[in-house]
Design a protein around this ligand. Structure first.
Ligand code: SF4
Length: 480
């Protein structure tokens, strides 16, 4: 099969990128190439998304473009004429899942030569992955990176027209393209991108290579999107960015994340959330926003990653343990009821028992309300992947187990504070394990299950908690 490499992933070029490069914001209407206009009607597409909320929002944009081009959506992979795997590259196992799925699609392709299989998302920012797909996964017709979504229809046209494998990893322009059509996977909760990419280059992280330079959207476009969602009756929006606290630092227009947060909250959408924060850029203005706007939900995701200053330095996190602890103290002084969650990596190269005990010490001191915990997974091309790693895997998994135990003991105790309380839950849907039960999240982001009519889905219900567990609460509707 002919290959058309429009742009290949290049980690060195990405690392040396000019951070001062001006970001253009483009307001172009979507143009559907002729051959796609001819082919699409009657064809069905299916997008499988892996990984984070940013990927979910990317799926919604891809769906909007494909529907406007004339395709229809299907949930049955056998009926699809176009399958897109929208991938995550944050850890090894995420990639293995995708490669496994691609393997299972081979027979579908053999039985239907017109089937188009595409791979998008962060895995396409990695040279080693693109080489593997080109050389071993011949069922793949198209590979496009996170900031190439805007060109999806043009690349489909090339695949249809020239019967070639198209590779477009990352468009160097780093433009922000507004006005692209998009769907919403929920009719009451929505993700709103406020920025793309990241320039922090934490040594273990592949995101700056796969999602490109930090680019903030204009606050006018963000507010317009939020007001539109408010007008459509949305109950909750989550502002998205790899490091939302750095919002606006790349914009000529003088606006900070704190100011943006206040203006979004001022739209009076019932619930406003944001993620992900970086301790290094956390400002007092953000705390003020929480104090001024009760519709800013009392939940903060603030990754620490490790407790040891030596490891934090090797990670390139730009803060030390005490900086983080002092920040938590400051936040809790102003917002005593805020729930705080975090990300922690164990088994980073050269992590000693003493380093690990520093992480446990932070967990004991901060008493997180929830946490995402990971065993370090080397990402090809990142500086950390070149560090000699003398920590045996057995030790890494032992540390992982004791970290989770420490966290869960604290969370179990803290969860008892909900007993007998009435909490407000935005009802997401029916519980997976019991069709009689509904579920949703409290304002401080605690998963809650309770019995109730399906008519409550999409609305905020009052629930009285009668049992509390590490990962969820159980309650009953509070009619009062
Ligand atoms: S701030 Fe987050 S997304 Fe950016 S490099 Fe660090 S870990 Fe990755």
């Amino acid at each position: 099969m002919k290959k058309n490499i429009i742009n290949a992933p290049d980690l060195n070029k990405t690392r040396k990128r000019n951070l001062a490069q001006e970001v253009r914001i483009i307001y172009d209407e979507l143009v559907v190439p002729d051959i796609v206009q001819k082919k699409a009607p009657g064809l069905k597409f299916l997008i499988l998304t892996y990984g984070c909320q940013a990927n979910v929002r990317d799926q919604e944009v891809m769906e909007g473009m494909l529907l406007q081009a004339g395709y229809t959506k299907t949930n049955n992979i056998k009926n699809a004429a176009l399958i897109i795997l929208n991938t995550c590259a944050v850890r090894e196992n995420a990639e293995q899942k995708v490669l496994g799925k691609l393997g299972s699609l081979k027979s579908l392709k053999e039985n239907n030569k017109d089937l188009i299989i595409a791979v998008s998302g962060c895995m396409i920012g990695e040279p080693v992955i693109v080489d593997t797909l080109l050389n071993k996964y011949h069922q793949v017709d198209l590979m496009f990176g996170t900031n190439e979504i805007k060109n999806l229809l043009n690349y489909l046209a090339k695949v249809y027209q020239n019967k070639e494998v198209v590779v477009a990893a990352n468009d160097d322009n780093n433009d922000i393209v507004e006005l692209l059509p998009s769907t919403r996977l929920s009719s009451f909760k929505a993700y709103v991108n406020i920025m793309y990419g990241c320039d922090k280059f934490c040594t273990y992280c592949i995101v700056p290579y796969t999602r490109g330079q930090q680019r903030s959207r204009s606050s006018v476009d963000i507010l317009k999107e939020c007001q539109d969602l408010k007008a459509r009756g949305y109950q909750e929006i989550t502002l998205l960015g790899q490091n939302v606290n750095a919002y606006g630092k790349d914009l000529k227009q003088d606006i900070s994340f704190g100011a943006l947060l206040k203006s979004v909250a001022a739209t009076s959408i019932p619930r406003v959330r944001f993620l992900t924060s970086h301790p290094w850029d956390f400002s007092d203005e953000i705390l003020e926003a929480f104090l001024e706007y009760p519709n800013l939900m009392p939940y903060l995701h603030l990754p620490i990653q490790a407790g040891s200053d030596r490891i934090l330095t090797l990670m390139g996190r730009r803060y030390h343990k005490n900086d983080y602890l002092n920040l938590i103290t400051k936040i809790r002084l102003k917002l005593p009821h805020i729930a705080i969650s975090t990300d922690i990596i164990v088994g980073f190269p050269n992590e000693t028992d003493q380093d690990f005990m520093e992480t446990i010490d932070v967990v004991k001191k901060v008493r997180f309300d929830s946490a995402f915990t990971f065993i370090y997974s080397p990402r090809d091309g990142t500086p950390a992947a070149r560090m000699p790693d003398d920590v045996p895997y057995k030790t890494k998994s032992q540390r992982f187990i004791s970290l989770v135990n420490e966290l869960e003991q604290i969370i179990e105790v803290k969860s008892q504070q909900y007993l007998g309380k009435t909490v407000k839950v935005l009802v997401d849907g029916v519980s997976k394990n019991d069709p009689e039960m509904l579920n949703g999240y409290t304002e401080d982001n605690k998963l809650t299950h309770f019995k109730g009519p399906k008519t409550l889905i999409g609305s905020i219900a009052k629930v009285r908690i009668n049992s509390a567990h590490i990962h969820y609460l159980l309650g009953e509707l509070d009619a009062a």
